[in-house]
Design a protein around this ligand. Sequence first.
Ligand SMILES: [Zn+2]
Length: 296
Amino acid sequence: MRQENKTLMILATAILLSGIGYSAYQNSLLTDEIVSIKKEFADKKIELESLISDLQKDLETTKIERDGWEERYNTEVSKIAFLAAQVESIKGTVGILEKIKQTDTELLKKYSKVYFLNENYVPSGLVAIDAQYIFNPKKKLQMHSGVSEHLKNLLDASRTEGINLSIISAFRSFYEQAGVKSAYSVTYGAGSSNQFSADQGYSEHQLGTTVDFTSINGEQFAGFDKLPAYEWLKNNAYKYGFILSYPKGNSYYIYEPWHWRFVGKQLASDLYAQGKNFYDMDQREIDTYIQYFFDK
Ligand SMILES: [Zn+2]
């Protein structure tokens, strides 16, 4: 072989060998890179798994917290409902107290020889009774403003049922009763009070809540209890809040079948149901009815 050819052979062999070497080197680099990437993935996986686990824990905590808040919310809601009920109840109590405060306690007092109205007492409001209900329509009669509607209802109901009822007397002031022309010309002493208190039924007229009934046919006081009008009153007046103050055989005053006093529907109904008379009931028990006095 020639020298040139030898040299070429050696060169070619060298190039081939170095090519193989380089390739092997390249392969080795690639393998390293894959291993590194795999490791990186494995690390990332662990990292992500840990993150997921943390998030799951957070979610659990949030759920527990949410349940806690829900429970607290419900507790607060029921507390508010309870307070609202309390407020309503207090409002109701205040309403009753307000009614009691605003209702004149004299309106439910028993009058007797030892307890009678002050001569200066005047009802808080008086209204004229419609002439159609007055026995003598030319006579002007007045009634307590809170009671006039109840009286009108009673009279309308009786007339609807064919009962002839009208009023002969209603509110009477102390001076009208005493027949005193000028209130200023007379000074009343303690002794004279007893003289007036002897007319126990009079105090009730001064309240403006009491009326004397008569029948349209002209029957006056005498024999009133023999009339259908009286029978009707005995069975129905309580529905309109009226009671017979001085029934037959009572021990506190003369029998007055025409004389009816308004005490409120509640008390009148209870007295009727129990078969009791107003003057037989204890004053303390009567006083508990003041809150219902003007109830419709
Ligand atoms: Zn009377």
